[in-house]
Design a protein around this ligand. Structure first.
Ligand SMILES: Cc1cc2nc3c(=O)[nH]c(=O)nc-3n(C[C@H](O)[C@H](O)[C@H](O)COP(=O)(O)O)c2cc1C
Length: 222
């Protein structure tokens, strides 16, 4: 099955945050949808392996932080490519606590606070259905779309995102950042710096396809 049609589904870009006692967690998602308009219900789809999923299942509360085109891409690197199980994602990020939820208001267009009313099993993921309990718009910047993230910031989705795609096997040469997963197509220019996480060229691994294109080999950049 050719999955090309899936690329025409539109999404926004968000950071879902939650808090259990003093422990603050969060992850980047693109799968937020408004379901109803009166007594607003919202859904978000989160991988079962994401630590944020575990905390939301326990606390039954989360905040949706709506990213905009001015949001620092480093915030996406921290919240989208690392786990709250291993690092404190809030250590270098400004936030405020509202209703016992960490809200990243200065980098976002606004926030929506939610209470989970149901969790639907979606195989690798859980679909959280939630009631909106409060919200605020704090900026008039353009909200960041998934298309903008891919085409302007040139980022990609990691394996745990529902929209993760394997690399196109017809590409001859690609270089992959081993910190954030950013993919550079074509030869890597000297002194190249990752546009997402700022790492230098030593963090790029070359994915070289064999001539018959049936398999590929990964090589560390010297
Ligand atoms: C552009 C982008 C979109 C993503 N969308 C989702 C998503 O919709 N659902 C999901 O579970 N993970 C998504 N992810 C992946 C999580 O953000 C990532 O696995 C994160 O490291 C999980 O952190 P945690 O373990 O602290 O929860 C996305 C990541 C990026 C960069």
């Amino acid at each position: 099955m050719n999955k090309e049609a899936l690329r025409d589904i539109s999404y926004g870009m968000y950071i879902i945050t939650s808090q259990r006692n003093e422990e603050k967690v969060g992850c980047v998602v693109n799968t937020v949808t408004q379901l109803t308009s009166e007594n607003v219900l919202i859904s978000v789809c989160i991988n079962k392996e994401n630590y944020t999923n575990q905390i939301i299942k326990q606390t039954k509360k989360f905040a949706i932080n709506i990213l905009n085109e001015k949001t620092d891409p480093n915030l996406i690197r921290t919240f989208g490519f690392q786990s709250s199980k291993e690092i404190d994602k809030f250590a270098d990020c400004e936030y405020e606590e509202i209703n016992d939820l960490p809200v990243i208001s200065n980098q976002c267009n606004g926030y929506i606070l939610c209470e989970v009313i149901n969790v639907v099993d979606a195989e690798t993921h859980d679909l959280f259905l939630a009631r909106v309990i409060d919200m605020k718009k704090v900026s008039k910047e353009n909200p960041m779309t998934y298309k903008y993230y891919h085409e302007v910031i040139k980022g990609r989705a990691p394996k745990k995102a529902p929209t993760y795609e394997e690399e196109n096997p017809s590409e001859e040469e690609t270089w992959v950042c081993d910190v954030c997963g950013y993919v550079h197509k074509g030869p890597l220019p000297k002194g190249f710096i990752c546009p997402i996480c700022g790492m230098d060229e030593s963090h790029f691994q070359k994915k070289r396809k064999k001539k018959d294109r049936s398999s590929s080999k990964i090589e560390k950049n010297a």
